[in-house]
Design a protein around this ligand. Structure first.
Ligand code: RAM
Length: 404
């Protein structure tokens, strides 16, 4: 039923694709190609040889996550190029408690700054006093710590843009609408729904997330919930409620804890329940696990999109427009993770040097680009936004799968 309607939609859309406005999610990201496995560089050549070079730590949610490794690749490159020493220290398990105890150790060692991708925003509040007493700056990137205790927070792109575009990708994929570079996904989604494509078989969306407390995933999910609700009010009968137990959310959310095994278990639960049409995984760990499980369960019609790394997702994605919708994940989004880490590293060094203080309007320069802190729409604090999300699809995967 859905397939027939979809075919009709595709035919009626062909003309309009050509005229689509440039979409905000399609702008360029550029990759660097340094070694992701590099460990801390203690042989940095400080610009000012009179001073001891400062040590800047990057702490990801846990070890063993390629996303964190790629962020550190950029972080290290920025910090060392600015004369500092970079270190990569993360806990083995994805918990805030494990991060906090490492932060305490690092403060006692006297590092200059710690940039955290947090498992829980508020878990660091208590330790922030010790950091302040010892002159250690706490910053965050990717997944935020509380705005009251951070000097600066760096995100790849605004939360709302990511959340909304994940919803658009899910709906477009179920309508078998090909992704075309530069297209306006919001307009296309509205066209699909305005044509009542899913009347009689409304779209049900499942989320495979990280931990229940992960700040950034919870923000993206909140934005998806809001967009889905809006679309369901605008186009009655096209969006189904995958979570009848809640008035606020139409999403069926499962948590894989950014742990490969837990994520596989939750992906399999979606497959065996067979109650949703598409899994949206706003975590690279969840994406990879869902990709594997859907690939192994050829009987399942469930589709996949979300935030994935091209190198991890290449096997589950199409290689040409001819097989775009045969693949488990026709297209997905992310950003240049290496750049995200680099800008976060430059923020840390600039903050420690005193040339940037993280307040709204303060700025620093990295690689000839000036980054200015703006008001964070998602907290009381400020935020540095690196760029736009980027859609990975059959037309550009070959270019990216060896870099990110
Ligand atoms: C995982 C982590 C990270 C998130 C990406 C998209 O690697 O949860 O915090 O930003 O996915």
């Amino acid at each position: 039923m859905k397939k027939v309607l979809v075919l009709l939609m595709v035919l009626t859309m062909v003309v309009s694709i050509v005229g689509c406005a440039k979409d905000e999610v399609s702008t360029d990201t550029t990759g660097t190609t340094t070694d992701a496995n590099d460990t801390a560089d203690t042989t940095a050549d400080p610009k000012d040889t009179n001073d001891e070079p400062a040590t800047h730590v990057f702490m990801f949610k846990s070890t063993g996550n390629l996303f964190g490794d790629l962020m550190y690749q950029g972080f290290e490159e920025a910090v060392t190029s600015m004369g500092g020493i970079a270190e990569y220290i993360s806990p083995a398990e994805t918990t805030a408690a494990a991060q906090v105890s490492l932060v305490e150790e690092l403060i006692n060692q006297g590092v200059a700054s710690i940039t955290i991708s947090a498992n829980d925003a508020d878990a660091f509040n208590a330790i922030s006093k010790l950091a302040e007493e010892n002159g250690v700056l706490l910053l965050s990137a990717d997944s935020a710590i509380n705005s009251d205790i951070r000097t600066s927070h760096t995100i790849p792109t605004t939360i709302d843009r990511v959340g909304r575009h994940l919803v658009y990708a899910a709906i477009m994929i179920l309508a078998e609408e090909p992704y075309v570079e530069g297209m306006d996904m919001e307009a296309k989604t509205n066209e699909i729904l305005a044509a009542d494509t899913f009347a009689g078989d409304p779209v049900k969306v499942g989320i495979l997330s990280a931990t229940t407390t992960s700040p950034v995933q919870n923000q993206w999910i909140a934005s998806m919930e809001a967009e889905l609700k809006l679309l369901s009010e605008k186009y009655p009968g096209n969006i189904g409620d995958a979570n009848e137990g809640s008035d606020d959310s139409m999403l069926d959310i499962k948590y894989g804890n950014d742990d490969p095994q837990d994520s596989v278990t939750q992906a399999n639960a979606f497959i065996s329940e067979d109650a949703i049409d598409v899994i949206v995984a706003p975590t690279t760990v969840g994406m990879f696990a869902a990709g594997q499980q859907l690939q192994n369960n050829t009987d399942s019609d469930i589709k996949l999109t979300g935030l994935g790394l091209p190198s991890e997702m290449a096997n589950f994605m199409p290689t040409s427009s001819a097989n775009e919708f045969e693949a488990v994940c026709p297209y997905m989004m992310l950003w240049n993770v290496i750049d995200l880490g680099a800008v976060a590293g430059a923020a840390a060094v600039s903050a420690v040097e005193g040339t940037y203080d993280g307040t709204v309007g303060s700025s620093f320069t990295y690689n000839d680009i000036e980054y200015t802190a703006i008001e964070d729409p998602d907290s009381e604090g400020s935020v540095i936004v690196v760029g736009d999300p980027y859609v990975f699809f059959q037309g550009n995967m070959a270019e990216w799968k060896d870099t990110l």
